[in-house]
Design a protein. Structure first.
Length: 426
């Protein structure tokens, strides 16, 4: 039988496995093994590459930042940050909803995970939003949309993966995500304000400087954790891995000795949760390296390059085509497989047209982040549904409203390189 037909059959088979709920790691693994057999690519390479793919010092920061997110949630630091955000915005219509998005941004600046951001802030803020007169579906969708900045505002787990795959400085990627992440937060807050003003959701209370200062004082642990990560990496004092280790130690001591909301008996469960997420991400990273090799042998890079070449050599047009591909992929895949499959293909094409590689990394990952609230996949919508008990289908309509704000921010990020590159050291 013709080789291309056999590859098509293997691909159809693994797509069926994906549709029936087989974990994506196994889906990709079955495809890699099946196609390797078809093209007579040695299977011994898989074992060697799986090991070598994870034998990289920079990836040590991955489990550490995951653990940081679990620690700040368990230590009550996230709740203190949420109270501060509300104290700052309570004087505006929709202030509590906007504070939810702002809290997601603050939490993201320590955790690096979108699902952890949505679950933690959604669990804290959704009951308060419902009590304050917000539509419960809109409140849940707000937490889901706010969680998209979890992988953009540094530290970011997916930036670590991208930097590893594309051989870029993780520190530079972290710094490049600061302003785009802030822009995404502001854009979503604008949508929230407009919706709340239109529907009369939420109460407006006078701004109280004493309350804001009191909540800022209570949230000092969160601010210090953010300072450790951002300043340490930006100044070059710490590598991302060292910053992650120091932040874990700080958050652990803060939870045990200062807030005292982390008990010694709870530490095994916290470590187990972090280990489970790491155990899901690490094999995906490893198998992605093998997948890249197989795709290279099949000529996937050339095929995509030839397709994009139909649109000419215009930098803007090529960039828009790449963005459309990322957005379409994000509708059906989580950000990790989108990154490991498409980044090695699209990034060289974009860079060849004159796009800065760090700038393209931000464009790429913002598009992947938008996929977290884009049906039919929309991981953050599933997380918000699980936290709030509201059916997934009822959140989609309100999530689509936030899409306008996110897409606007994404286009600005793509067209204004300074937003990604302006803070990088010269």
């Amino acid at each position: 039988m013709d080789q291309s037909i056999l590859i098509a059959l293997v691909t159809v088979g693994v797509i069926f496995l994906f549709l029936i709920g087989v974990p994506i790691f196994l889906v990709i693994g079955f495809w890699v093994v099946g196609v390797s057999i078809v093209i007579d690519f040695t299977l011994a390479n898989i074992g060697v590459t799986l090991f070598q793919g994870l034998n990289f010092f920079g990836l040590l920061s991955l489990p550490l930042f995951i653990l940081t997110g679990d620690l700040i949630a368990s230590a009550g630091i996230a709740q203190r940050l949420a109270k501060f955000a509300h104290a700052c915005l309570c004087w505006m219509r929709g202030g509590l909803g906007m504070a939810t998005i702002g809290s997601c941004g603050l939490f993201a600046a320590i955790s690096g995970s979108n699902s952890a951001t949505t679950a933690t802030i959604g669990g804290i803020m959704h009951p308060l939003l419902a009590k304050d007169g917000y539509d419960s579906r809109f409140a849940a969708a707000t937490a889901a949309a706010g969680g998209t900045v979890g992988i953009i505002i540094p530290p970011s787990i997916i930036f670590i993966v991208y930097g590893f795959l594309m051989n870029l400085s993780i520190s530079d990627l972290f710094i490049a995500g600061i302003l785009p992440g802030m822009l995404m937060v502001i854009a979503m807050q604008g949508v929230c304000w407009w919706m709340c003003k239109k529907n009369g959701w939420g109460t407006v209370t006078p701004f109280d400087m004493k309350r804001m200062l009191r909540t800022a004082r209570d949230a000092y642990l969160g601010f210090f954790a953010i300072f450790i990560v951002i300043f340490g990496i930006y100044s070059g004092i710490f590598s991302p891995t060292e910053a992650a280790a120091i932040t874990v130690g700080f958050c652990l001591l803060a939870g045990l000795l200062i807030t005292r909301e982390i008990k010694w008996r709870n530490l095994p469960n916290i470590l187990l949760r972090s280990g489970q997420l790491t155990g899901m991400l690490a094999p995906m990273i490893a198998i992605s390296i093998v997948m890249q090799q197989v795709l290279g042998l099949l000529g996937a890079n050339e095929a995509v390059a030839n397709f994009i070449s139909w649109f000419g050599d215009s930098r803007i047009l090529v960039l828009m085509v790449c963005m459309a591909i990322v957005l379409a992929a994000g509708c059906i895949l989580e950000s990790l497989p989108v990154t490991v499959i498409l980044a090695p293909i699209l990034a060289p094409i974009a860079v060849a047209t004159g796009v800065d590689p760090v700038h393209f990394s931000v464009i790429f990952l913002v598009g992947a982040a938008i996929g977290f609230v884009t049906p039919p996949f929309g991981l953050n919508l599933f997380v918000a549904s699980g936290v709030t008990g509201i059916p997934y289908s009822k959140l989609v309509r309100f999530a689509m409203l936030y899409m306008f704000g996110l897409l606007t921010a994404w286009i600005l990020i793509a067209l204004i390189p300074w937003l990604s590159l302006g803070l990088l050291p010269k």
